[in-house]
Design a protein around this ligand. Sequence first.
Ligand code: FAD
Length: 415
Amino acid sequence: MSILIAGGGIGGLITALELHQKGFDVRVFEAVDEIRPLGVGINVLPHAVRVLAAHDLLGKLADTAITTGELAYFNRHGQEIWKEPRGVGAGYNFPQFSIHRGDLQMILLHEAERILGKDRIRKGRKLIRFEETATGRARAFFTDPRGENPETIEADLLIAADGIHSVARAQMYPNEGPPIWNGRVLWRAVSKNQKPYLSGRTMIMAGHQDQKFVCYPISREAEKRGVSDINWIAELSFDPSKGWRREDYNRAGVLADFAPRFASWKFDWLDVPGLIESSEQIWEYPLVDRNPVDRWTFGPVTLLGDSAHPMYPIGSNGASQGILDAECLANSIEKHGETHAALAAYEAERRPPTSAIVLANRQNGPEQVMQMAEERAPDGFRHVEDVISRQELEDIANRYKQLAGFTKQHVNKVA
Ligand SMILES: Cc1cc2nc3c(=O)[nH]c(=O)nc-3n(C[C@H](O)[C@H](O)[C@H](O)COP(=O)(O)OP(=O)(O)OC[C@H]3O[C@@H](n4cnc5c(N)ncnc54)[C@H](O)[C@@H]3O)c2cc1C
């Protein structure tokens, strides 16, 4: 009895840890020859931190990440629209972490290699296709990243955690085509050794849906030195019919393409142009997702994480939902065994809520308050309540938490 996981990203690695903890024979096949700490910052919400805590990773995370204290939205004039405490400060039993994606992936990789054994996390093994055997098992075909050294492996189940360009999903949906671009482009970077702003642990978003700036500190090590390594994202909208360069997490960005648009965003609590200029390396990425699909599971094969529900990075859910998938899938396999029924039960539980988040993020999720402020008071406001009532603001924040499964009541009850 055995389970294969294609993809050693955040979703694949936590799935391996979850399944191993429940006693299953599991192996990860990652396409790249060497897993390197790529990407920029992400947030891990308390419901996903709860899953990581069950693997005793809380200490390592707290030593690496910033324990997020609050989330605040501002208009493009730097005026505060909404602020809320996050994580433990908001009454959750678990913190929210702002962390470099690569650091999180390396924490999971080292833990998976330590617990499962290095030989169980195979690198340089790219899934190229799968099929179901006559007895209902999964047969997976791998090569190295250059398309050489083919290898065929059979197992009871194949979990495709191979990201937004999933090969398994492309085989399931051959006509789906590339991810969908909505006209927005993100420029992302980390500016190191900055003066801390606001609480020193605040995640901020400023602007509106066509021009936005997001930032948050991500390094505990920098915090210990009294400075902040600040992850930032500058976002602009373009005409989607013009097309953009294919999404690639490692494409270098150019200051001249976006920085002039933020030149006047000097708030008394944050110097946005100063922050942009002090970064060493900028990455450019078009905002893309995919339409929710009707089915993730085909016999002994299912999708997980970004292969299943690639979504806009709005509301801090990309990595968090993949981690929740892993927990649900492992529970389902524990209950139903390494069977097709286990995959179907996992899909029945996870596909509806994650599809709803994909769609809600297209409407800007909880960030819609910024667009409301822009439409109702483009020149700014004296008091935010003159523009959006307190009740309206609370309702939007609460509705999204409900939808994404991280209300305090839910997270603390599950814990
Ligand atoms: C290099 C990189 C950088 C990223 N940077 C950011 C970021 O800065 N901010 C952010 O919010 N999100 C980022 N993401 C996305 C974020 O990690 C995911 O949204 C989230 O963590 C869900 O994880 P996942 O494991 O489903 O997918 P991913 O994290 O995309 O992991 C998929 C893994 O599968 C591997 N893989 C791909 N194809 C195959 C194949 N055919 N066979 C075997 N393995 C395969 C990939 O190499 C990767 O390791 C990044 C993803 C990648 C791969």
